[in-house]
Design a protein around this ligand. Sequence first.
Ligand SMILES: *Cc1c(COP(=O)(O)O)cnc(C)c1O
Length: 426
Amino acid sequence: MPALSGFAPMTEHSDAAEPRPFALPGGLDTDADTQDLGLATLAIRTGHPRTAEGEHCEPIFTTSSFVFASAAEAAARFSGDDPGNIYSRFTNPTVRAFEQRLAALEGGACCVATASGMSAILTTCLGLLKAGDHIVSSRSIFGSSTMLFDKYLARFGIATDYAPLGDLDAWAAALRPTTRLLFLETPSNPLTEMAEIAPLADLAHSAGCLLAVDNCFCTPALQRPLAHGADIVIHSATKYLDGQGRCVGGAVVGDAKTVGEEVFGVLRTAGPTMSPFNAWLFLKGLETLELRMLAHSAAALELARWLEAHPQILRVHYPGLSSHPQRQLVGEGRQQRTGGGIVSFEVAGGRAGAWQVIDSTRLCSITANLGDTKTTITHPATTTHGRLSAEAREAAGIGEGLVRVAVGLETLDDIRRDLARGLDPR
Ligand SMILES: *Cc1c(COP(=O)(O)O)cnc(C)c1O
């Protein structure tokens, strides 16, 4: 496990005689200490800013700025000689605790927390790219990510081309001399297509590029892209990291130079900063992340198998099914530990059939959000993917009969009964 790192270690203070107000409990502040710890221990025990009050739960630091003992200390903080806190746009102990915890889980040296998942992607691009640079992205990424690349970054001279997620030759063919960043999501939304990260990382590195993986669907509980050669992991913390649909946030994880300097530099200057209140909720979310992801996966697998056997269902897309084309990437010790919580399926009868399933639910929430304890149900063709042309949707395999379910943690039989209502002949 690489070193945990924030940008201002909480244990270091300029005056050694002072108490250590932010000391980490149990010495979880060195490389050696975290090496042998399991994922759940890291999720519960790393990044704990304990104050002199001795509180057991992580405190929320609701302060915009921090005071200095002297003019000399202020100067040392601003020059970087003293790594202590300055101002909550870029140094807040609660936010840093979340950053350290997520960095530990992803196995990265540095993490920068942001106001949202989209600002994590924006901050990464602003930190690493300049006018004239080129991105190659997988085609089936989050809709706002496509908009960011095509509508906004394009205005500043950054061009993006798209490749089918699993087609390595197409990625190679899309590279230009100016390509700097490869960007992908695996599994894809909503069809759960998967890509093997390691060959794409090799391709990126042989072309002098960085590979960024949006790990929102899997989280580090199921997939750790850095261990497969990716350079940057991006999160919408809004989804599974929080896990209960409470707040919006994001994060970027990677090495000390790429993320600790280049991405952090944009955050410090431009300020797409995570609120300490939200950081505290995400800290609490991370503590149950592994438990939740395994429970979401177990329920989704059972639901997917039931749907696959249902006569009204034409096809089920779920990474854990033996019918999934990239099934070999899923399992303990493989790229993706379990299938995750997202299942999509094609209902007989096109849009009418899909809408009947959605409108017959009483329990599932009809909303495009995902990663919540509450099961959500969506019709991608008319919502998340409604901005695509009919041809583009068809090419992407998102038909009118497709329904996406983000399986929550309610009693599974209740979810199954809720879906059966719109599927079974009346
Ligand atoms: C939701 C989502 C985002 C954007 O995150 P926000 O927190 O909503 O800004 C990015 N990527 C994926 C895969 C998402 O699901």
